[in-house]
Write a protein that binds this ligand. Structure first.
Ligand code: SF4
Length: 308
């Protein structure tokens, strides 16, 4: 079966070997973050609906999980906000009922946690990784560029309601963009919020690959470590696990293109993700470049390929 809504499994920085599920079309999101690695949001949405057919997602999950693959997590993530899908709760329950050996993680930008239905939908996940990049309204608008009507105050309120109700693990992610949310004042506000949320882990992240706005640069390691220590958290490094994985359900060129469409990657990242030899990755990249499907961008960590 060719998978449309599943991707990977990929070796994730935080989650080990993770099978991804993408529940919304590319760049359908409540935010249009300046640092987004998937490009500009093309559908700035806050209406919840069945963006992709649930039956089809369940069929793909059944097809893949029935082979009992070795996974650390089944993760709702991708190139948009998964809680926009109105039936995410049913899909989580399907996995937990039918394949209880797998842990389920949901990565969310927290914007919709004000909605009691969204909070209820996530109750059976084992892990939720919500983001919080700003507390002041001004910085929130600059960094997350939300759908009209979404405010920093409401996002924080929703997060607090969620952690009160949710029995699973919460790892809070804070993404630092130098010059936007790294001022002393904002970090102090974030610290207060972190104390109130009291997550199981706090992960402080910065740009690792080209973002949406080319003027956005990564925070230095020193700055990131300082902020992480103020917030009582850890920094997230760029190291991938080294377990090699065959591309699943599609040929290697397609698998490479699908990965690059979700986030820009170096040839080294792609070799680690797909388990292909570097020379083979290079060959596929040359073909994709010649077909005008990907382009190179030079960054501190090397040459990245991104989808055009
Ligand atoms: S970083 Fe996440 S929340 Fe922000 S625009 Fe990209 S997909 Fe949406």
């Amino acid at each position: 079966m060719a998978y449309r809504y599943l991707f990977g499994p990929v070796p994730s920085r935080r989650l080990g070997i993770s099978l991804g599920i993408d529940l919304v079309p590319h760049k359908t999101c409540v935010f249009d973050c300046v640092y987004c690695e998937c490009g500009r949001t093309t559908d700035l949405a806050c209406e919840r609906r069945e963006y992709v057919p649930t039956d089809r997602v369940l069929a793909e999950l059944d097809d893949f999980l029935a082979t009992a693959p070795d996974l650390d997590y089944v993760t709702f993530a991708g190139s948009g906000e998964p809680t926009l899908h109105s039936r995410i709760g049913e899909i989580i329950s399907f996995i937990k009922d039918r394949y209880p050996r797998y842990r389920v993680a949901v990565l969310t930008n927290s914007a919709l946690l004000t909605d009691p239905e969204v909070r209820a939908a996530l109750m059976r996940a084992d892990l939720v990784v919500p983001s919080l990049d700003a507390v002041s309204e001004e910085v929130f608008l600059k960094i997350n560029r939300p759908s009209p009507g979404i405010t920093a105050g409401r996002v924080l309120e929703g997060l607090l309601d969620f952690v009160r109700e949710y029995p699973g693990e919460v790892w809070l992610e804070v993404f630092i963009v130098p010059g936007i949310n790294d001022t002393e004042e904002e970090i102090r506000l974030l610290k207060d919020a972190v104390v109130a949320i009291s997550p199981d882990r706090i992960q402080v992240n910065t740009l690792d690959r080209p973002g949406t706005d080319i003027r956005v640069r990564p925070a230095s390691r020193g700055a990131l470590e300082r902020i992480a220590s103020v917030l009582g958290g850890e920094t997230i490094g760029a190291a991938y696990t080294d377990r090699a994985l065959p591309p699943e359900g599609r040929d290697a060129g397609e698998a490479i293109l699908a990965t690059i469409r979700r986030r820009p990657c170096t040839p080294g990242d792609l070799a680690a993700l797909t388990g292909l030899r570097p020379a083979e990755v290079a060959k596929h990249l040359r073909v994709l470049e010649a077909r005008g499907l990907v382009e190179q961008v030079r960054e501190k960590r090397g040459v990245f390929y991104r989808a055009i």
